[in-house]
Unconditional design. Structure first.
Length: 337
C-alpha cells in the first residue's frame, strides 16, 4: 500500500531468508477451545492478543480445542477441527488449507501422530500424519499446485496408542515423537523422521515412562517430558548432545506438575515453561525454583508453542484449497538404529 519497491523487496525470497537468519526472538502462541493468542513475552506489560486464524463454518469442532501441530520460519500449522489443517502466517494473515489423507483403520480421524516442519535441503515444508497401520502420509507444500501427487505412504513401525500423541518436535530437519516400536517389546524410543529423506532413525529415552513421553525443544536441544498420566513430576530432560543417549540431563522443577512444556530461554538463563496447560512460569535451572509469569488476558486453559514473526509468503494462494488427495504407494521407508 505504501511502496511497490518495498513490497517487492520484502517478498523476495533472499530477503525473507536473511530476515529469518537474523530473527532470534520467539513469540508465544497459545490455543484455547475457540481462539488463538500471540504473546510478546519481552514487553514491559505482557498481554495475550487474540489473533485472526482460518476457521471452518461447521459444528464439528476439535474436542481438544485448536491443536497447534507445529511452527517453522513464521508459518504455523493448526488443526481447528479433526483432520482439517491450515498452514498460516500470523504476521501476514496469509493461509492455505491442506486436505486429510484417508489412511489407517477407522477413517481419517484414526491418526495417532502429526508433525509439521521444514526440510532445508529440498526447501520444502511438510505435514506428516501417522496412523496405527503400516502407513505414513506426507504432504509437500512446495508441490502443492493441485496437479502433482504429493502424498506418499511409508512404512510405520509403531504400536497403536489409545489417544493421539502430542505433535512432533522439529529439530535438525527431522520430526521427533516417542513411539512404542513393534519388535521392541513395547519399548519407548524417540523416532526421528527425516523430512529430507523420509526415513526413520531412533534414539534412546533416559528413563521408563508409564504412558510415554512428549517431545520439545529448548535453545536448539531436544527435550523430553512425561505425558499426562495423573502423576505429578518435578523434572524434565534435555539432550545436551543430539543423538547421544548419555547426554540426557535432568532439569528440576521445584513444584511437581502433571504437564510441563519448556518454551524458550528467558532473561538471566531462566526457562519459560507452560505448566499444567493453565499457567506460564519462569524456572531457574540451577535449583528448580519457579515463579509465576504474569500475562494479561491469558485463557484459563491452553496449549502453548513458539513462533517467529516473518514476511514469508505461502507458495499457494490463501484463498485456494490445495488438492493433494491423490497418493502413490511406496515401500522404501527405513527404520534404523
Amino acid at each position: 500500500c505504501v511502496s511497490k519497491s518495498w513490497g517487492s523487496r520484502i517478498s523476495d525470497s533472499e530477503f525473507v531468508k536473511a530476515h529469518l537468519h537474523r530473527a532470534q526472538f520467539n513469540r508465544l502462541i497459545l490455543s484455547s477451545v475457540n481462539s488463538l493468542y500471540s504473546i510478546d513475552h519481552e514487553n514491559e506489560v505482557v498481554a495475550a492478543v487474540e489473533i485472526d486464524y482460518p476457521k471452518e463454518q461447521t459444528q464439528n469442532r476439535n474436542p481438544h480445542g485448536i491443536q497447534i501441530i507445529g511452527s517453522c520460519n513464521g508459518l504455523v500449522c493448526i488443526m481447528p477441527q479433526p483432520d482439517i489443517f491450515f498452514i498460516f502466517n500470523p504476521a501476514t494473515h496469509e493461509s492455505t488449507r491442506l486436505p486429510y489423507a484417508l489412511i489407517g483403520y477407522g477413517g481419517p480421524c484414526s491418526a495417532i501422530a502429526y508433525g509439521f516442519g521444514y526440510a532445508a535441503p529440498i526447501d520444502d515444508y511438510k505435514l506428516v500424519k501417522a496412523a496405527p497401520s503400516p502407513a505414513m502420509a506426507v504432504f509437500s507444500l512446495r508441490l502443492g499446485d493441485g496437479e502433482t501427487s504429493t502424498g506418499f505412504f511409508y512404512e510405520n513401525l509403531i504400536e497403536s496408542e489409545k489417544d493421539p500423541l502430542p505433535p512432533g518436535t522439529l529439530l535438525n530437519c527431522a520430526l521427533h515423537w516417542v513411539f512404542k516400536v513393534r519388535g521392541y517389546g513395547g519399548k519407548c524410543v524417540i523416532a526421528a523422521f527425516d523430512l529430507d529423506t523420509d526415513k526413520f532413525s531412533n534414539m534412546p529415552v533416559p528413563e521408563t515412562a508409564v504412558s510415554g513421553f512428549s517431545t520439545g525443544v529448548l535453545n536448539g536441544r531436544l527435550c523430553l517430558m512425561h505425558r499426562e498420566d495423573g502423576l505429578r513430576r518435578g523434572h524434565f530432560w534435555v539432550m545436551m548432545e543430539y543423538g547421544v543417549g548419555d547426554s540426557w540431563t535432568r532439569i528440576l522443577v521445584e513444584e511437581p506438575c502433571l504437564v510441563v512444556k519448556p518454551l524458550c530461554l528467558w532473561k538471566n538463563s531462566m526457562i519459560l515453561i507452560a505448566k499444567d496447560k493453565k499457567e506460564l512460569v519462569l524456572c531457574d535451572p540451577k535449583n528448580g525454583t519457579c515463579k509465576s509469569f504474569e500475562v494479561n488476558g491469558i485463557p484459563d486453559m491452553f496449549y502453548a508453542d513458539v513462533y517467529v514473526e516473518s514476511p514469508l509468503s505461502l507458495q499457494c494462494s490463501p484463498k485456494r484449497t490445495v488438492n493433494l488427495s491423490c497418493f502413490a504407494c511406496v515401500s522404501d521407508c527405513e527404520f534404523t538404529d
